[in-house]
Ligand binder design. Structure first.
Ligand code: ADP
Ligand code: MG
Length: 621
């Protein structure tokens, strides 16, 4: 019997879209080829400004970028930040209404109405226009597919009414909401943190007009929001305002007070300020430039990053205060936080990043674009909800282990072969020599035990470690592999916060055959590797024992009998040859050193005990 292939008609797209419906910007993502990707038409950004403009001629509202382009010329017909009004009674949003250029009223149902050219719109309806725009924009990157099933993100603090309003907006836009997901949860999903067994995560979300910090706990892949804090009127807009201040100051002589308050002038100034701010995130100085063609006035000034940072420092400090509050509400100390995730365009400002790193004492996650991470996470969630398994589809695993060279040329593996990506691992390292002010990191790839048998991926240096005795410095090193396989290695010294990072593509230049060969060779050399590794570890251990012994001998030499002293010195002398011996001999040297120094250890223990009894500090004994 022959089979005829039927082309089953199915209207349902096999995709589901994740949408970050933001206060300032919105964007869409889907799961494709085993990972979430931002949807953007070719050559265009994925981000759609959450702006609706109503043209004076009564034609169709202009939404997104087009809407924002009209804002400078006609601010009185342009609506920003409609998200702030979602699901809130008029009484709660009086402050917001003052900023809205249209008359408002409250309907019998208690829902707010905006009166625009004689027509009434609810925030839900306006939000639907934005959702529609984002959905269309995203679909343009999908050829023929139009997934109408979506996951939409909302702030963790949104109450039931605000969530329901978001659902209603989606319904008006003709979309089928699979789930409303918290923005911080989505950010964690994008980083694959749901794959961790347990831990606490802080999501620091600094957007255009809002700042939110959330503390989440993970248990077996499930996120729980422990606390949230923030400021509904603190964001990149305030950074812009600080720069607008410079323009206003500079033009005070040339423009009248009235002209300086003109909404059209202020909108144009804000756009100039934002451009300058973006440039300052990558350059040490940038131009603040604005032309008022109608008045024949030009403003121009160079702003240094340091100047800008001084202006925004109090704003950043306020976000840190919120972090402090959120932690205390969650009952956690900063060092009980396992991961910090950066979200929102404003976290691209280096000073923001530095303040967060220093407060939490750890390097925050910035490997994914902070303005895309929520949409990416929404796409992960959408994919899971339509029955896609993340594990199955995550074809990508790390084919070769990734690690660091440690003392003696051995490899300490941080990310093991076959780990699924994205993933991250943090491990603590310390200095080997006294007063070492820098550490050289050598990132390697491979299964063999010694660096010389692995492949070098990168070398970098962490400088600025304060001089201290060997073993005292605390350096946290994190390996993060993102969904594209890009490895970011970051290192941070805890007392000074000195930090550095490198990015590498571990698989670039490696063919499948080479990977195969590297794997085979680790099996072939397993036994020999083990011996070499053991020898290297013993050499390191003997080195540490020698230094410790010599140091302790100095203080207590006269308290040891001659025989013991000679015994120790002999063992020390023998240990000098420890650089070249094989593992067996090294083991003997190590054991001999340990045996000979037993009386010394006992004496030291005794001193500690005596000191404790007499209440004296050890160094006084
Ligand atoms: P929201 O979540 O509030 O919708 P976003 O996360 O998209 O907003 O953040 C928008 C803010 O990020 C804007 O104030 C924008 O100026 C700012 N921003 C975007 N890119 C940069 C950058 N490179 N440097 C500084 N600020 C940036
Ligand atoms: Mg956002």
């Amino acid at each position: 019997m022959g089979y005829i292939e039927l082309n089953v008609l199915n209207n349902q797209s096999s995709l589901a879209m994740g949408i970050d419906l933001g206060t300032t910007n919105s964007l869409a993502a889907v799961w494709r080829d085993g990972r979430p990707v931002i949807l953007h038409p070719e050559g265009k950004s994925g981000s759609v400004p959450s702006v609706v403009h109503f043209p004076a001629d009564g034609s169709q509202p202009k939404v997104g970028r087009e809407g924002r382009d009209h804002a400078a010329a006609a601010p009185e017909r342009t609506l920003f930040s409609v998200k702030r009004l979602m699901g809130r009674p008029a009484a709660d949003v009086q402050g917001e209404l003052a900023r809205i250029p249209f008359p408002t009223s409250e309907g019998d149902d208690g829902v707010l109405r905006l009166n625009i050219d004689g027509r009434e719109f609810t925030p839900q309806e306006l939000s639907a226009l934005i959702l529609n725009r984002v959905h269309d924009h995203g679909c343009r990157a999908l050829n023929d597919e139009k997934p109408d099933r979506v996951v939409i993100t909302v702030p963790a603090y949104f109450d039931d009414a605000q969530r329901q309003a978001t659902r209603d907006a989606a319904r008006f836009a003709g979309l089928d909401v699979l789930r409303i997901v918290n923005e911080p949860t989505a950010a964690c999903l994008a980083y694959g943190l749901d794959q961790e067994k347990s831990g606490n995560v802080v999501v620091y979300d600094f957007g255009g007009g809002t700042f939110d910090v959330s503390v989440l706990s993970i248990a077996d892949g499930v996120f729980k929001v422990l606390s949230t804090a923030g400021d509904t009127h603190l964001g990149g807009d305030d950074f812009d305002a600080a720069l607008v201040g410079l323009i206003v100051e500079g033009l005070a002589g040339e423009l009248s007070e009235e002209e300086l308050k003109d909404p059209g002038f202020l909108t144009a100034a804000r756009l100039s300020a934002e451009r300058c701010k973006h440039a300052l995130s990558k350059d040490p100085q940038a131009e603040l430039h604005m032309v008022l063609a109608a008045r024949g006035v030009t403003f121009h000034r160079t702003v240094t990053r340091a100047e800008f940072e001084a202006l925004i420092e109090p704003l950043i400090e306020r976000t840190i205060d919120s972090c402090r509050r959120a932690l205390s509400d969650a009952g956690l100390a900063p060092d009980e936080v396992n991961e910090v995730v950066m979200v929102g365009g404003s976290t691209r400002v280096p000073a923001v990043n530095a303040a967060v790193e220093s407060f939490f004492g750890r390097i925050p996650h910035t490997e994914l674009n902070p303005d895309e991470v929520v949409a990416l996470g929404a796409a992960v969630q959408a994919h899971i909800l339509i029955g896609g398994s993340r594990d199955m589809l995550l074809l990508d695993v790390i084919p070769l282990s990734l690690g660091l060279e440690t003392v003696g040329g051995a490899v300490s593996k941080l990310v093991m072969r076959n780990s699924t990506i994205p993933c991250s691992v943090t491990e603590g390292f310390t200095t080997y020599a006294d007063n070492q002010t820098g550490i050289d990191f050598h990132v390697v790839q491979g299964e063999r035990e010694m660096v010389s048998d692995c492949r070098t991926l990168a070398k970098f240096q962490l400088k600025g470690i304060p001089p201290m005795p060997a073993g005292m410095a605390r350096v946290a090193v994190r390996f993060h592999v993102d969904a594209d396989g890009l490895l970011t290695v970051s290192a941070r010294e805890e007392s000074t916060g000195a930090s550095t990072r490198v990015e590498v593509e571990p698989m670039s230049g490696l063919s499948d055959e080479e990977v195969e060969r590297m794997l085979l060779s680790s099996v072939e050399h397993a036994e020999e590797d083990f011996a070499v590794r053991r020898a290297a570890d013993l050499i390191t251990e003997i080195g540490t024992m020698r230094t410790a012994t010599e140091r302790s001998l100095d203080g207590v030499r006269e308290h040891l009998d001659r025989e013991t002293l000679e015994d120790i010195e002999e063992a020390l002398k023998a240990a000098e040859e420890a650089t070249s011996a094989d593992a067996e001999r090294l083991q003997a040297l190590r054991d001999e050193l340990e045996r000979a120094t037993l009386p010394l250890a006992a004496l030291l223990m005794d001193d500690v005990a005596k000191a404790a009894l007499s209440g004296k500090r050890l160094e006084d004994v």
